[in-house]
Write a protein that binds this ligand. Structure first.
Ligand SMILES: Nc1ncnc2c1ncn2[C@@H]1O[C@H](COP(=O)(O)OP(=O)(O)OP(=O)(O)O)[C@@H](O)[C@H]1O
Ligand SMILES: [Mg+2]
Length: 387
């Protein structure tokens, strides 16, 4: 998207917990004087930029500082050092009143452990944030009902949270954040407690919602597959420090160190591949109407040859094993004109079943629509092996 701009900027963020609080004052002074304080850095010098409209994933093992980082963004936690800027405004110096305003208008949060209000009905749980913001009762109920519909919970308005399943509670948590209509959504491991099927369903639902709502989502998870499914951008934390960050695809396909490599081992990489990864630039190609098309590498490609027009725009694929036929004879009998055409950034996952089903190829074009190569089952396997 072209209208992206930095919406959250974090610079040199450090969060330190004093772990010697329970010691006597004398002991604390003694230890600090000798330089042996037991300060614990939950975050160390973290810098990152979240672009608007993207899903930014924070990943790391338990205790690596993910929740701490998220909570420093909306100032539920006070950073020890560093800067947090939202929409160009430094949030570190805000008064309590300004903070409340920021949370009501800019950021809402889905908590790691639902944090629902057990004695309130489902609809009132959703409307609660609006109530705090002073929205009149009729309007807040109406907005809450609309959002419950959006997350698939209509009909449950007057139940209590305790009557809902885990997955439904999580939808409710999401509804509570969505109802505030803030541009930024902070989500702390929202799906971790759910079984795999419900989890996959909610991941898809979040993507569906995101396609129409275009929020900026900061999403915490410890699951690399979840990061692969949802993430546009990704940072990996280890002991409070960023060990790698970048476009999610790049981090997951090109881990820069052993820690990241081990961490993302189980990721289903086929989902991350684009035509660029599987591109074979050597794929044989011939221009239509050439009297004798060049069938130079037929065996390697099972006799498949891309056919392009004089502008190198693909018009089909020929399957031929004979090198001595003229183009028009071959084309008459063998031209496959309903072929798959991809751009360099097209995801490969949706076309894999077709590519593996029978010997065929997907033709890849550049931005001007001109043939640059092809993706075959063989080239996909090679791309996967290279990761
Ligand atoms: N109030 C506190 N006092 C001292 N240490 C704390 C405090 N809160 C968190 N920590 C420590 O900071 C570190 C980071 O905690 P955090 O909750 O951010 O981890 P996390 O990555 O979210 O883990 P999880 O995946 O288990 O939720 C942990 O080692 C934790 O023990
Ligand atoms: Mg956490």
């Amino acid at each position: 998207m072209n209208d992206q701009k930095p919406i959250i900027e974090i610079k040199n963020l450090t969060k330190t917990y004093r772990t010697d609080r329970k010691r006597s004052i004398v002991e604390r002074f003694r230890r600090r004087a000798s330089g042996s304080t037991e300060d614990f850095h939950a975050l160390k010098n973290v810098s990152l930029t979240v672009q608007s409209g993207r899903i930014f994933v924070i990943m790391g093992l338990s205790g690596s500082g993910k929740s701490t980082l998220l909570r420093c963004v909306n100032r539920l936690l006070e950073p020890s050092e560093g800067e947090v800027t939202i929409d160009g405004k430094n949030v570190i110096g805000l008064t309590n009143k300004e903070l409340r305003h920021l949370r009501a208008t800019k950021l809402s949060m889905v908590f790691q452990h639902f944090a629902l209000l057990p004695h309130m009905s489902v609809v009132d749980n959703v409307a609660f944030g609006l109530r705090i913001a002073g929205v009149p009762v009729k309007e807040r109920r109406a907005r809450a009902t609309e959002i419950l519909n959006l997350v698939g919970l209509s009909g449950w308005e007057h139940r209590r949270p305790s009557e809902l399943s885990g997955g439904m509670r999580q939808r409710l948590g999401i509804a509570r954040a969505l109802v505030m209509d803030t541009p930024i959504l902070l989500m702390d491991e929202p799906f971790s407690a759910l079984d795999p099927l419900i989890r996959a369903e909610l991941q898809q639902e979040l993507l569906r919602l995101q396609r129409s709502l275009h929020k900026t989502i900061v999403f915490v998870t410890h699951d690399p597959n979840e990061a692969a499914i949802l993430g546009d951008d990704l940072v990996i934390l280890k002991d409070g420090e960023i060990v790698q960050q970048g476009a999610a695809k790049d981090v997951l396909l090109k881990p820069q160190n052993d820690y990241v490599k081990r961490f993302i081992e189980g990721v289903d990489k086929t989902r991350l591949l684009t035509a660029e990864h599987g591109l074979d630039r050597e794929f044989p190609v011939t221009v239509a109407d050439t009297a004798h098309p060049s069938f130079d590498k037929p065996s390697k490609y099972g006799g498949l040859i891309a056919v392009v027009d004089s502008d190198r725009r693909p018009i089909g694929i020929i399957r031929s094993s004979s090198a001595d036929q003229t183009y028009s004879e071959t084309a008459k009998r063998h031209l496959i004109s309903d072929f798959i055409q991809l751009q360099l950034d097209s995801p490969l996952a949706p076309v894999l079943p077709q590519l593996s089903g029978h010997a065929t190829a997907a033709l890849v074009v550049n931005e001007e629509g001109r043939f640059i190569g092809a993706v075959t089952a063989h080239s996909v396997v090679r791309a996967l092996q290279a990761q």
